[in-house]
Every structure is written in structure tokens, then in C-alpha cells.
Ligand binder design. Structure first.
Ligand code: PHE
Length: 452
């Protein structure tokens, strides 16, 4: 049986609180900003199908495993892995999973905060009426002005890091839980409003075909790797964020049910975002492969033309900020928990230290859109490189280790007790984490390496 360990950082008040927080972590810029733009860059339908497949056969079993490890270890990922490895009589080397998560946390949040800063600045533009009756061309110019200005971006990046670390410093119950209760449902409703608008935009069917007609000639090996990486990114997997949230999970909650709820909510939000954005792209003859600016260039056109657009536009960008906020908190939580546990810092101090480091790193992303835009490594700007390295390499490798540990290194009696599954359900999970997930990740990786 599981021994009663408690997290020194607190516990969620209920199953519902965990589901909300994990959904808050999962649903974020990844769904609304990134999913549409990488789908656009990778040709649409076939990419979406591979992504959905990755969510189902890799994302779901890894999420169950990651929550399970967290709840069993009840500490920051680094210390959880140390404790669990010892308990199972395995090498302390498994801790590397925790360390790579800490590094990924810093790197991911450093660019995530800059993009969230864009969303913050769009709240101000929206409320000021900048988007009223705007043309697609003008909308592109406004976005261009924002990213070419380092000072302005730095300002919003600083503000976003400030509000993130403020909540993190207040801790699990006070800070994290309260922030997500209302916002997730509101965001969902607003996305439905946008899809409703897109239905009448004149480009709806074209958008739907783009998203759901799978033409496999359009997808490359790199596209498959990006779809796999995005499955991890969007579900917050592979770097300890979901593990640490699992460590605050009460003992009596079903991990399987919670996982399905979060994965379905996350996927639905991404698909809704796609269905809101691509019709507008086609109705206005915009470019689906426009890159990271895609939603910032297209959505203002929709808000500018719809009745009540000032209100809906403002609300949308506010909610986008909140979605990013609740994700950002979870990206840095493993780092903060570790600093508290192992470096003896207070929560407040740990938040300040990690926030400052991330803020500094974020400056590189800010500059990669302007002053350093010509600075390229492997043909990628700093922002692209950070995103590629973390999302497509570090997260899948982290996920691979999680699957291997949960599937092979842990005793069956331990994982079965934690997951609380019936025999047949447990078998399916075990086959997935033992064989399907590792093979899928390795095949995608090897294919990719061959190409280089
Ligand atoms: N899942 C978040 C999103 O889609 C991003 C994230 C990545 C959060 C990794 C935590 C860990 O925006």
C-alpha cells in the first residue's frame, strides 16, 4: 500500500480543485496561440490528426503516469524522483528528469511570458478601440509595430512575470486555486462566441476543411515531431508541472478520470480556437502559415467587424491573459517547490529568485523579434530555438523517462494501487506506457535524426 506522505506545500481542497488547476495549466497560449499557428505552418488536417493521435496514445498515458508519480512522491519533481527511485531500488539517476524539468521551466516561461505580454498589450489596444473596423493589412502592421519595439515588449513581459510570481509566492491554495475557478469557463464561452462569428464570416467551410481534411502529402517528418512535441506542451507534460500538481492531489481522487477530463477539455479548446481562427484567415485572404503572429493578426479583424466587438475583443484578450497566467504559474511551480525544499528558501524568496532569472532570460526572446532577428542558429531565431529545444526535444524526452519509470521501474503493485484501475484498464495503461509511448517517441526522434 501507499504510505502516507504529505506535501509540505499544501494540498488541493478537492478533486474539482485539482481538475481546475490542471486544466488551467494545460489550457493556455499553447491552445489558442500556438496550436493554430503551427497547424497553419504544417499544412492543416494531417497535422491535426497526428496531433490528436499523439494526445490519445502518448499524452493520456503519460499524464496518468506523471500525476501518479507526483502523488506518490509528494515533493518537487527532483526530490520525488529521488524518493521514488530509492523506494523502487533504482538508480538515483532518475532525478535527471526533475533537473531537466527545472531547466525546461525556466526556458519555457522565459518565452511564454513574452507572448503573454503581447496578449496583455492587446487588451489595451482592444479597449482603446484600435481594432474598430480594422483591415487585415492594418492589423498586420499593428502587430509588426509591437514586435519591432523591444521597450514595449519588455514592459509587458515584466508586468506578466510580476503577476505570475505574485500568485506563485502566495502558494497552492491561496494563489493557484483561486485564480482559475471562473476564468476557464468564461474563456470557453467566449471561444464559442468567436466560432459563432466565424460561421458567418464566409470562410467557415474552408477553415473546417483546412483543419480536418487530412492530406498526408503536406506533412513532413518535422511536422510529426512538432505534433508530438505540441501534445506534451499543450498538456503541460514532460517537465514536472503536472507532476507537482499531482503531488498536491488528495489520495482518494481517481487519476484516470481527472486525466480524461483535463485532456478532453484541453483538446476541445484547441479545436475551437482553430475553428474560430481559420475561417477568418480564409475570409480575409490571410496566410495560414503566418507564424507566431497569426492570432494577433487575424482576431482583431473579426472583433473589429462584429457587433459588440469592442467588448468581446477586450474580454477575449483578458481571458487569454488569464489562461496564460494559470499556465505560467504551473511552469515555474516545480522550480519554486524545489528551491523551498532543497535550498531552504521561503516561498516568497524562491518566487523572486526564479522570477528574476526567467525575466532576464526572457529578454533574449524579446530581442529575437527585432534587434537580434538576424541572429540565427540552425536557421532559427532565439525564440524559435528555445521553443524547439524545449517543446520538441526536452518535453518528449521527459515524457519518455516518465513512461519508462512508471511502466518498467515501478513495481506493478505500486502503480496499480496508485492508479486504482481495474485489471483490464491497468493492462491497457501498462501496454501504452511500456511499449506504445516509448516506441512512438523513439521512432519520431530517430526519423528526425536520420534527416539531419
Ligand atoms: N500547457 C500550457 C499551454 O498550452 C503550457 C505549459 C507547458 C504549461 C509546459 C506547463 C508546462 O499553454
Amino acid at each position: 500500500m501507499v504510505e502516507a506522505r504529505n506535501s509540505i506545500h499544501g494540498q488541493w481542497s478537492s478533486r474539482w480543485a485539482f481538475v481546475l488547476a490542471a486544466t488551467g495549466s494545460a489550457v493556455g497560449l499553447g491552445n489558442i496561440w500556438k496550436f493554430p499557428y503551427i497547424t497553419g505552418e504544417n499544412g492543416g488536417g494531417a497535422f491535426v490528426l497526428v496531433y490528436l493521435l499523439c494526445i490519445a496514445v502518448v499524452g493520456v498515458p503519460v499524464m496518468m503516469s506523471e500525476i501518479m508519480l507526483g502523488r506518490r512522491g509528494r515533493q518537487s519533481p527532483i526530490n520525488t524522483m529521488r524518493t521514488l527511485a530509492r523506494e523502487e531500488g533504482r538508480s538515483g539517476g532518475w532525478q535527471i528528469l526533475g533537473f531537466s524539468g527545472v531547466l525546461a521551466g525556466f526556458l519555457i516561461l522565459s518565452f511564454y511570458s513574452v507572448i503573454a505580454g503581447w496578449a496583455l498589450s492587446y487588451v489595451v489596444s482592444a479597449v482603446g478601440g484600435t481594432f474598430t473596423a480594422i483591415t487585415a493589412e492594418r492589423s498586420g502592421e499593428i502587430f509588426g509595430e509591437l514586435v519591432s519595439n523591444p521597450g514595449v515588449q519588455l514592459f509587458w513581459h515584466t508586468l506578466f512575470m510580476g503577476i505570475t510570481m505574485f500568485v506563485v509566492a502566495r502558494g497552492v491554495r491561496e494563489g493557484l486555486e483561486r485564480a482559475v475557478r471562473l476564468l476557464m469557463p468564461a474563456l470557453f464561452v467566449l471561444l464559442l462566441v468567436l466560432v459563432g462569428y466565424a460561421m458567418n464570416s464566409g470562410g467557415f467551410m474552408q477553415g473546417v476543411h483546412f483543419l480536418f481534411d487530412a492530406d498526408f502529402s503536406k506533412i513532413t517528418t518535422d511536422g510529426v515531431l512538432i505534433a508530438l512535441g505540441h501534445a506534451f506542451f499543450t498538456l503541460s507534460l514532460g517537465m514536472g508541472a503536472i507532476m507537482i500538481y499531482g503531488s498536491y492531489l488528495p489520495e482518494n481522487v481517481s487519476i484516470t478520470q481527472a486525466t480524461f477530463t483535463v485532456a478532453i477539455a484541453d483538446t476541445v479548446v484547441a479545436l475551437l480556437a482553430g475553428m474560430a481562427i481559420f475561417p477568418i484567415v480564409f475570409a480575409n485572404s490571410l496566410e495560414p502559415g503566418a507564424g507566431p503572429g497569426l492570432i494577433f493578426q487575424t482576431l482583431p479583424v473579426a472583433f473589429g467587424a462584429m457587433p459588440g466587438g469592442l467588448f468581446f475583443g477586450t474580454l477575449f484578450f483578458i481571458l487569454l491573459v488569464f489562461a496564460a497566467w494559470s499556465s505560467a504559474i504551473s511552469i515555474i511551480e516545480p522550480v519554486v517547490a524545489w528551491l523551498v525544499e532543497s535550498r531552504g528558501m521561503s516561498r516568497k524568496r524562491a518566487s523572486i529568485v526564479s522570477g528574476l532569472i526567467t525575466w532576464l532570460l526572457g529578454i533574449a526572446t524579446v530581442l529575437s523579434f527585432n534587434l537580434w532577428s538576424e541572429l540565427k542558429l540552425f536557421d532559427k531565431t532565439i525564440f524559435d530555438l528555445l521553443d524547439y529545444l524545449t517543446t520538441n526535444i526536452m518535453l518528449p524526452l521527459g515524457g519518455l523517462m516518465i513512461a519508462l519509470f512508471a511502466g518498467w521501474a515501478m513495481k506493478n503493485s505500486h502503480s496499480m494501487g496508485e492508479l486504482g484501475l481495474k485489471r483490464s484498464g491497468y493492462k491497457i495503461w501498462q501496454i501504452l506506457v511500456r511499449y506504445v509511448t516509448p516506441v512512438a517517441i523513439l521512432v519520431v526522434f530517430l526519423n528526425k535524426i536520420e534527416l539531419i
